[in-house]
Design a protein around this ligand. Structure first.
Ligand code: NAP
Length: 282
């Protein structure tokens, strides 16, 4: 059988953990397949899709192409269409179908880390960028009762809340400025889970995006960043259950693997490869 070809397309993409994670998964189930990274700048996406993209059986899309890729697709899964964001594409003959597995990865990782079902829960989301957007749409589709969106730029949180309101008229969505300390205390009190989806914490000396006095043992903290950030350190001190973003990465990848191959993903192998790779960069 011909070698199947998969990839991640993004810019930048050099440090992506997806190639080792998926190559280990293919090896584990004995599938003749390879997965590599393509660094494609925004103005190169069209020529990429007309060239190397045509040889791929499936691919992941990351920043900044999750919205732009939709114009090259023949079909989009309903959840991805609602969120306007695609991170996984599967080729069937000459047709390309897009999916979004980020929200699934988040939901599964939250269930796994905290033993809780997202239905009927209120989520405090830090951030209003692409990751927060995918999370908010997915959580409300999965019957979360509320998303309380805290962002540095209030206008961006408000724009997201307006869109959510149109798509989920029965759910509660609210925008809060990250600098409004009083409003933060109110939404923190109402939340069942805190999800950190800003990029604050990627750098070693980044401060926490959330006041530590508002953390408590009954507010689990899910940090989308893969490492131990200041927020995770504060959560530990406050006795709050806490998890980093590795579970989300692994489960969004596992779902993509299942979409492409129709096989159950070897989740524990994928997790081990990611954790080993992260140990190496410490
Ligand atoms: P993005 O679209 O660029 O959004 C960035 C967000 O971070 C915005 O809300 C932005 O606020 C906020 N932000 C950036 N710098 C800040 C600062 N100095 N102070 C306060 N807020 C700041 O990025 P994204 O794609 O949503 O990704 C966000 C994070 O999620 C990244 O760390 C990424 O690695 C992580 N992520 C993890 C996974 C996973 O599988 N674990 C998946 C996707 C993303 P403004 O609106 O005010 O600019």
């Amino acid at each position: 059988m011909a070698m199947k070809k998969y990839a991640i397309i993004g810019h930048p993409v050099g440090h992506s953990l997806s190639p080792p994670m998926h190559n280990a998964a293919f090896a584990e189930i004995g599938l003749a397949a390879e997965y590599r990274a393509f660094d494609v700048a925004p103005d190169e996406l069209s020529s990429f899709m007309d060239g190397p993209g045509k040889t791929l059986d499936g691919f992941n899309i990351t920043v900044p192409h999750k919205g732009a890729i939709t114009r090259y697709l023949d079909e989009i899964d309903e959840r991805a269409a609602v969120a306007g964001s695609v991170n996984t594409v599967k080729r069937h003959r000459d047709r390309l179908k897009g999916f979004s597995t980020d929200g699934y990865g988040l939901e599964k990782a939250i269930e796994e880390a905290f033993g809780l079902n997202v239905a009927s829960k209120a989520f405090l989301l830090l951030g209003a960028g692409g990751a927060a957007r995918a999370a908010a749409f997915h959580l409300l589709t999965s019957s979360a009762s509320a998303v309380l969106i805290v962002n540095r730029t209030l206008g961006k949180a408000k724009a997201l809340v307006e869109e959510l309101g149109k798509n989920f008229p029965d759910a509660h969505a609210e925008a809060v400025s990250a600098s409004d300390r009083e409003a933060l205390a109110v939404v923190a009190e109402r939340a069942d889970v805190l999800v950190q989806s800003t990029s604050l914490g990627l750098r070693e000396d980044d401060p926490s995006p959330f006041p530590k006095e508002l953390l408590r043992p009954t507010l689990p903290v899910f940090e989308m960043i893969y490492k131990k950030t200041r927020l995770l350190e504060d959560a530990e001190k406050a006795d709050a259950p806490a998890a980093n973003g590795v579970g989300m990465l692994v489960h969004q990848g596992a779902k993509a693997f299942e979409i492409w191959t129709g096989e159950n993903a070897p989740v524990e192998t994928m997790r081990r490869v990611v954790e080993t790779a992260l140990e190496g960069v410490k």
